[in-house]
Design a protein around this ligand. Structure first.
Ligand code: SF4
Length: 438
């Protein structure tokens, strides 16, 4: 066996890049996975899980699936794209930026809508950032400089298990030689999470009152009076927390879906960013979104550099891209039954979308491109399995702090299996043949 070092984990937005993977001499089997958390190891150790689908499958009229060739699956996808009036192409979070660029070439040719998982997670953060900008930093700066950490509406102990040990709570850095002992951790949440257990101070906000509480933090930071209780939190606790933040040398606010998906949504992020700005009058402060799926940040980056918008990109006019979340967002398009074909790539509509949206996907021609069987593959007309990016194919992905990281290939994919890039290139070629110069 041999050990592959400096491997990047392709599971969550932390993109830990210190994994050591032991593989068999023939380069086909993964024997051991060191340094990853439980969910990261699972992704590596179960690559060759029994029952893995290695060839495309087509749904039959009786609901069963029949194996088809890659050529047949490519033909179905290209014909579907050519015939549909309006196709939704959703997902992208678990594939590489290189594959995204090729997929967008196909989407431009077919005139589809391209949307990613931000539409159901940090889309509201992107809206706020477009409105007011974002004073941010890298996770490396957090590790080396930050002595004040706020977790607001996020629970990295479960969602990003090594975030706290690599960057935010425990590690010793250049200016943070005392590690955990030199940091003050504040956790704001409506429930007592496992992350809250690691915090010096837990502030329990009443569900739906994050905006009011953030507003109170700003008011206190500016030295103005606030009511006795805000969002269920006593005034004294708010004043004490704000003083803790102001007294630090370098602070960071990490926020998650507890803030983006509660009452106020993008306005919550807007005011959290403005609180960060206010705190910069006293010390250095940054704010970072806890992006969940591995390369969801990369999808926003690739879409932005190609079309100027990070999600909900409407390419149906072909001459130019349009962007209007609420109108061009996946859930809304599916719920309003506005699309007549759907492709889900490297994500899971069935697991994440409301039932009415999922139901419409099940009723229209659809393709799911994903290495594994998931809830979406089971409602799609065609399931095309592909090699696992970051395990069986190399590629670039963006960490939650917008730092691009090269991901290594560790083992060979099953024989004859296509990668996302190979598959999408073939779909593009076939689409060009069908559509000509249209
Ligand atoms: Fe992988 Fe995230 Fe765990 Fe790091 S924290 S090993 S990136 S799942």
């Amino acid at each position: 066996s041999k050990v592959v070092t400096d491997v990047t984990c392709p599971f969550c937005g932390t993109l830990c890049d210190d994994l050591e993977i032991t593989v068999s001499d023939d380069g086909k089997e993964i024997i051991d996975c060191q340094n990853a958390c439980a969910i990261g190891s699972e992704k590596f150790l179960h690559v060759r899980k029994e029952g893995r689908v290695t060839r495309p499958r087509k749904r039959q009229p009786d609901g069963s699936y029949k194996e088809i060739s890659y050529d047949e699956a490519i033909e179905y996808t290209a014909q579907m794209l050519a015939k549909a009036k309006k196709t939704l192409w959703y997902g992208w979070a678990s594939t590489s930026c290189e594959a995204m660029a090729i997929g967008h070439k196909v989407a431009e040719k077919a005139g589809t809508i391209v949307d990613n998982c931000a539409t159901v997670c940090h889309g509201s953060s992107l809206l706020a950032i477009q409105d007011v900008g974002v004073p941010s930093c890298t996770l490396g700066e957090v590790k080396n400089r930050a002595d004040r950490i706020v977790f607001w509406g996020c629970n990295p102990a479960h969602a990003h298990p090594r975030h706290m040990s690599r960057y935010s709570i425990f590690p010793r850095g250049f200016f943070t030689t005392k590690g955990h002992k030199g940091r003050k951790i504040i956790c704001v949440d409506c429930r007592y999470t496992d992350t809250a257990k690691c915090a010096d101070e837990f502030i329990q906000v009443e569900q739906g009152y994050d905006y009011e509480l953030l507003d109170a933090f700003r008011t206190v930071a500016r030295g103005q009076p606030i009511p006795d209780v805000v969002g269920g939190v006593p005034k004294e606790k708010i004043i004490s927390a704000v003083n803790t933040l102001k007294e630090g040398r370098f602070g960071v606010i990490f926020f998650g879906m507890g803030l983006t998906h509660t009452l106020g949504r993008n306005h919550n992020i807007d005011i959290a960013i403005n609180l960060t700005r206010d705190l910069n009058d006293f010390t250095k402060f940054s704010i970072i979104a806890m992006r969940g799926h591995w390369n969801v940040t990369g999808s926003g980056q690739v879409l932005s550099w190609q079309y100027g918008f990070p999600y909900c990109v409407d390419l149906t006019r072909r001459t130019h891209a349009r962007y209007n979340p609420g109108e061009t967002s996946s859930v809304d398009l599916l719920r309003r039954k506005e699309v007549d074909a759907c492709i889900c790539i490297a994500s899971d509509i069935g697991a994440h979308f409301p039932i009415e949206a999922t139901r419409h996907m099940a009723q229209i021609p659809s393709v799911c491109i994903d290495p594994h069987i998931n809830l979406t593959t089971e409602i799609s007309d065609v399931h095309i399995p592909v090699a696992l990016v970051g395990v069986e194919v190399e590629g670039c992905a963006y960490r939650m702090d917008n730092v691009p990281i090269a991901c290594r290939k560790v083992v060979e994919p099953p024989e004859g299996m296509l990668t996302d890039e190979e598959l999408l290139e073939k779909v593009y070629d076939r689409l060009c043949e069908i559509m000509g110069d249209a």
